[in-house]
Design a binder for this molecule. Structure first.
Ligand SMILES: [Zn+2]
Length: 230
């Protein structure tokens, strides 16, 4: 039961990260496309800016995620070394510590002691990492995997407005990109809400509203800039 529960929340965490990455990819790239298209009717400039936005965004997601997950991994490694050291130098204290943890979780002292002793005999380090620090093999920080996953989901999201811009005539670029972006954002928002058990329509409306605001702002700025450099 406990295992199944944990597994599900892990799955949601992974899905949530991908949805957020795709969300960022769609919205920032379509904002760039709409902004540049408002300033210039040069199709090549619009596509160039969009592709640059995709690349820059994916790299920035990867770098940001790598740095943040790496520092988490460093913390976990330091915790692991500290536990190893403590288990070697003060094993009795560590056994008491584990007994206290199981008592706080609801076992009486003799049973907590027995559990602590048996788990220590089996694999003391894994037991301390898991029950004292909450570090498990499945939840361990993996910087490269996290970096790759967020860059890839960003790129997939960013591909949507670029494909739309590529396949519509220039005079329709702005409206077509804006419309498909709002539909894409609504679908992603609804998906992540339904997986997490949150109200679907509310989530979709919220993300569509902020998406529309973002594109309106960049298109206004693009238009002002386009007017001023002409
Ligand atoms: Zn410990």
């Amino acid at each position: 039961m406990r295992h199944e529960e944990k597994h599900r929340s892990e799955h949601i965490g992974w899905l949530r990260a991908s949805v957020l990455g795709a969300n960022d990819g769609i919205l920032s790239t379509s904002s760039i496309v709409v902004g540049v298209a408002s300033a210039s009717s040069d199709y090549q400039q619009v596509m160039l800016a969009g592709v640059a936005g995709l690349t820059a965004g994916a790299m920035s997601m990867a770098a940001g995620e790598y740095v943040s997950v790496s520092s988490q991994a460093d913390t976990e490694a330091a915790d692991r070394r500290r536990e190893e050291e403590e288990l070697r130098t003060t094993p009795e204290k560590e056994l008491d510590e584990l007994t206290d943890i199981y008592m706080r979780r609801g076992l009486d002292r003799p049973l907590a002691r027995q559990v602590a002793e048996q788990l220590t005999a089996k694999d003391a380090l894994t037991t301390h990492l898991r029950d004292e620090l909450g570090i498990t093999e499945e939840l361990a920080a993996r910087p490269l995997q996290a970096a790759w996953a967020s860059a890839a989901s960003f790129a997939v999201g960013a591909a949507l407005p670029l494909l739309v811009a590529l396949s519509t005539p220039t005079e329709w670029t702005t409206i077509a990109v804006a419309a498909t972006t709002l539909v894409g954002l609504a679908a992603l928002g609804g998906l992540s809400a339904s997986v997490g058990g949150a109200p679907v329509v509310k989530a979709a409306v919220r993300v569509v509203f902020w998406g529309a605001v973002a594109m309106a702002v960049t298109s206004l700025i693009g238009w002002l800039f386009g007017v001023s450099i002409e």
